[in-house]
Write a protein that binds this ligand. Structure first.
Ligand code: PFF
Length: 454
């Protein structure tokens, strides 16, 4: 039924292939790369985490990216419909993704709010400080004062809402063409400054040289969660985006370029942050504040540093928004496509609900820090673990089983080869998606469950 409806409506297509790449890369590149990756490296033992991250990226993330985009392109439907049109009772996987998007955005908006606050602080010239202790105090004071951080979280959600309400956002697509390369250039510059600071070598070492004794199940779980989170894989975003692709698009090129770009940004963010952390005498395991404390100190040691600081936080905000709109869009399009809801109304109701669910995450950084809702997890940590380690991971597992076994890897390859070109890595991809990804992700998922429950 839904297929019929979509055929009639002549589904919108991307303006260009580059439009698709920008939107998908926009979803992938966000706070996950700039904010989460560096502090996760810091919390999970440095180089060992990076090494496992890269292994998972190649063996699990990239094959799944291709699977998701191919499934979307084949069915020309967003996630729930895509699964259902191939196997009726698999629609729940799409539903799982919606739930996941909802919970990610609930705490993503906390951090999005911090970024807005830092944009303002940068413009006011309040961040021209070299001392990490002072910067740490500024950050600490802000996140623990509930009123302002809740207000900024709301502003971030309203910005997301406004973009989503205006439909498949051509304005964002256009802006991305300038903002994404600008962000890229900017991080390269910061990375160069960071690695040339006196005392940076220890940080480069920490970031790149794996200390195998640091590897444990936690590090492995977090590395996999980070791959899914960073690539926006496992919650239907890429299936939905793929559904807007034409039959003559080269799916392999599209699905290889997004992880490559995403990983380059994450690695550059690592180079921008971690060497500087060591140079300024901060702790790599300081958690979510790492970017907000370290980078202003790097800017303070650069010529025109404060100008760069302003520009940087604006670009981070843009990157965060291109990710948050993809999450809200997945939730909204479900209610519009499947339930016939009014787009604006649905978007508004979902955003308000997200805000209500998200406020406790913001409070976890201040008065509710010690309010543990499961084990020793406060709301923020709980949403984070629930999404990265459980929901996204389940979504990725089910996607691999679905494409590998239910729809069939053969059929997927046929769809990939529709452009008339042979997929030279077809056998390798089929092997990975059928025999490697499902058991590997399953084992890690079981451990995550154990971890969250105990
Ligand atoms: N990939 C985004 C980031 O790295 O910031 C976060 C994200 C967006 C995760 C969309 C999941 C998603 F579906």
């Amino acid at each position: 039924l839904v297929t019929e409806k979509n055929k009639e409506n002549k589904r919108e297509k991307w303006g260009s292939k580059i439009g698709f790449i920008l939107a998908a890369a926009g979803s992938a590149v966000g706070l996950g790369n700039l904010w989460k990756f560096p502090y996760s490296v810091g919390n999970n033992g440095g180089g060992a985490f990076v090494m496992i991250y890269l292994i998972f990226l190649i063996l699990i993330g990239m094959p799944l990216m291709l699977a998701a985009i191919t499934l979307g392109r084949k069915t020309q439907l967003s996630a729930v419909g895509a699964y259902r049109s191939i196997k009726k009772n698999w629609a729940f996987v799409g539903g799982l993704g919606i739930l996941c998007g909802f919970f990610i955005l609930a705490f993503y908006s906390t951090v999005g709010g911090w970024v807005i606050y830092y944009c303002i602080k940068a413009v006011m010239g309040d961040l021209a400080i070299k001392d990490p202790n002072v910067l740490g105090a500024i950050f600490g004071d802000f996140i623990s004062s509930p009123t302002s951080s809740i207000i900024y979280q709301g502003i971030f959600l309203i910005l997301t809402l406004l973009i989503v309400i205006r439909g498949i956002s051509s304005g964002i697509e256009k802006a991305s063409k300038v903002m994404m390369p600008a962000l890229f250039a900017m991080i390269i510059l910061i990375a160069i400054r960071s690695v040339t600071l006196p005392g940076a070598l220890a940080g480069i070492d920490f970031f790149l040289v794996p200390d195998f004794s640091k590897i444990n199940m936690d590090v492995i779980m977090n590395a996999l969660g980070q791959v899914f989170f960073s690539l926006s894989i496992g919650m239907g975003v890429m299936v939905t985006y793929g559904s807007y692709l034409d039959k003559d698009t080269n799916l392999i090129g599209a699905s290889a370029s997004i992880p490559v770009l995403d990983t380059m940004v994450a690695m550059l963010a690592g180079f921008a942050t971690l060497p500087a952390v060591f140079a300024i005498g901060f702790k790599a395991s300081s958690g979510p504040g790492l970017m907000f404390v370290t980078l202003p100190a790097v800017f303070a040691s650069m010529p025109f540093g404060m100008l760069f600081c302003i520009l940087f936080f604006i670009l981070v905000l843009f990157a965060a928004l291109t990710s948050s709109i993809s999450m809200l869009e997945v939730c909204v399009s479900y209610f519009v496509d499947e339930k016939g809801a009014n787009r604006i109304k649905a978007a508004m109701i979902i955003t308000v609900t997200m805000y209500i669910v998200g406020i406790p995450a913001t409070l976890s950084m201040g008065p509710w820090q010690e309010l543990h809702i499961l084990g020793n997890l406060n709301f923020f940590d709980f949403y984070d673990k629930l999404t990265s380690n459980i929901l996204l991971t389940s979504g990725g597992l089910l996607l691999s089983i679905f494409v590998g076994w239910i729809w069939g890897a053969e059929n997927a390859v046929e769809e990939i080869e529709k452009i008339g070109k042979k997929f030279i890595f077809a056998s390798l991809w089929k092997f990975l998606i059928k025999y490697i990804v499902p058991p590997a992700v399953f084992i890690i998922l079981i451990n995550s469950f154990k971890d969250v429950i105990t």
